[in-house]
Design a protein around this ligand. Structure first.
Ligand SMILES: Nc1nc2[nH]cnc2c(=O)[nH]1
Ligand SMILES: [Zn+2]
Length: 440
């Protein structure tokens, strides 16, 4: 048993439904067993007295949060982060798809996978719904690197058969065969799950969507993810490609792909009908505010999603977004709702922490395992400890409440403030502190 002593914060409920779910313990502790599960949580003095033999990891002087859960992030796009200046379709054609084509080479794909996974860990992300590569070989490489990283990944081969680049296109039959092989090799192995992943209806014909549906039917535990209603030109293109469909969502609905296992990224321009169906089917929306701002896609109508009963989680959408930090993503979600004014939904600290942690677990059907520090869940955690003398350290030293400390973290926190990260009690990242006094 190991006792982690820290200032703890987590949201074991949904603050949009039940305000006041933020639980903060100034001098708290988590008792973690040999399987990496939380055996007890509470005031440090109490837990220490009850488990005098437990080894102690003293994490005072920072903040211990549940590991972040990123529900939309592209493995092949880490190297094109910062490709600014365009909207979605031009950005795809000029920046992103040429890079994704390079993953035909497994050695290249391996380097990218390692860069991608270490960036997730260094930012405190312990679970990610990962948009994969079009190449089966690059997915094999990804899953084996993910196993080495210790992170929890839900990932899948991206499939399409038109309007991208020829080398990224496949056929319905090959998409089914390659997907099936990847599922049988990797789904449920270690901390990996599979997600059936057509890129978006613009590049996935009914045949491809049908192959995805066949995999979903054959493997009832796999997840599903794609894009929807991100950009007006994209929406228009999809409507033209599917003249019989009532709207964008209907293209996935007709194939039976809108399910409780489904997470659709963006949903910036939904119709009321689409929101109603997503809610009725238990399908989640992955809100990616940095990407929506960077690609000029629009301001996410969070209030409409919540009013319709659609579950919303958070995603960084690397490389369309602006990096791996879920703290920055939460801050951008706050900005977006502020800019919507009366039509916005105010996002205080507890809602931001929920969106960055438990909401993602719920979207992935993993809320009984991860997403907060409830007893029985895995010890997946991020220890945030700012360097002394920095602005965040200053603000935290004077924060009048847990909420203000947490909102300061979302406002000022960066990758550099992540000191250590665990998945299932196993350290997956530790910040290399420069040897003090060494100049240059
Ligand atoms: N943001 C984003 N939207 C997409 N729609 C289809 N592919 C992509 C992608 O790679 N990024
Ligand atoms: Zn995306």
């Amino acid at each position: 048993m190991r006792l982690y002593r820290a200032t703890l914060m987590h949201t074991p409920g949904n603050p949009f439904q039940m305000p006041g779910t933020l639980q903060a313990l100034d001098d708290g502790a988590l008792l973690v067993d040999e399987q990496g599960k939380i055996a007890a949580a509470g005031p440090h003095a109490e837990l220490r007295a009850a488990s005098p033999g437990a080894e102690v990891t003293d994490l005072r002087g920072g903040m211990l949060l549940p590991g972040f859960i990123d529900t939309h992030v592209h493995y092949p796009q880490v190297r094109v982060l910062g490709g600014l200046g365009m909207q979605l379709l031009d950005w795809l054609e000029q920046i992103t798809l040429p890079e994704e084509a390079r993953l035909a080479d497994n050695t290249y794909a391996g380097s990218v996978a390692r860069e991608f996974l270490s960036a997730l860990a260094a930012n405190g992300t312990t679970t990610a719904l990962v948009f994969g590569s079009h190449f089966a070989g690059a997915m094999e490489v990804f899953f084996s690197e993910a196993a080495r990283s210790g992170l929890r990944v839900v990932a899948g081969q991206v499939v399409s058969d038109r309007l991208l680049r020829p080398e990224l296109h496949t056929t319905p039959d090959r998409a089914y065969q390659e997907g099936r092989a990847l599922i049988e090799r990797w789904h449920g192995v270690g901390r990996s799950l599979y997600a059936v992943t057509p890129r978006f209806s613009l590049s996935a014909s009914e045949g491809i969507l049908g192959a995805c549906a066949a995999l979903m039917a054959e493997f009832p535990e796999v997840r599903f993810t794609s894009h929807i209603n991100e950009n007006p030109r994209e929406v228009g293109a999809v409507r033209a490609l599917f003249p019989g469909a009532r709207d964008y969502l209907h293209t996935y609905e007709q194939a039976g792909l809108v399910t409780p296992r489904s997470v659709l990224a963006h949903s910036v321009h939904p119709s009321e009908r689409e929101l109603g169906v997503m809610a009725a089917q238990g399908c989640s929306a992955a809100h990616c505010p940095c990407s929506n701002a960077s690609l000029g896609s629009g301001l996410f109508p969070l209030r409409r999603h919540l009013a319709a009963g659609v579950h919303v989680s958070l995603g960084t959408d690397v490389g369309g977004g602006s990096g791996f930090s879920m703290l920055k993503e939460g801050l951008q979600a706050y900005f977006t709702q502020q800019l919507l004014g009366e039509a916005g939904t105010p996002l205080g600290a507890e809602r931001l922490l929920y969106l960055a942690t438990r909401a993602g677990a719920e979207a992935l059907g993993l809320e009984d395992q991860v997403g907060d520090f409830s007893v029985g869940k895995a010890f997946d955690a991020a220890y945030l400890r700012p360097e002394p003398g920095g602005t965040l350290a200053t603000v935290l030293a004077h924060a009048p409440s847990a909420e203000r400390a947490l909102s300061a973290l979302f406002t000022l926190g960066t990758q550099g403030d992540v000191a250590q990260v665990w998945v299932q009690g196993e350290a997956v990242y530790r910040r290399q502190t420069p040897v003090s006094g060494v100049s240059g």
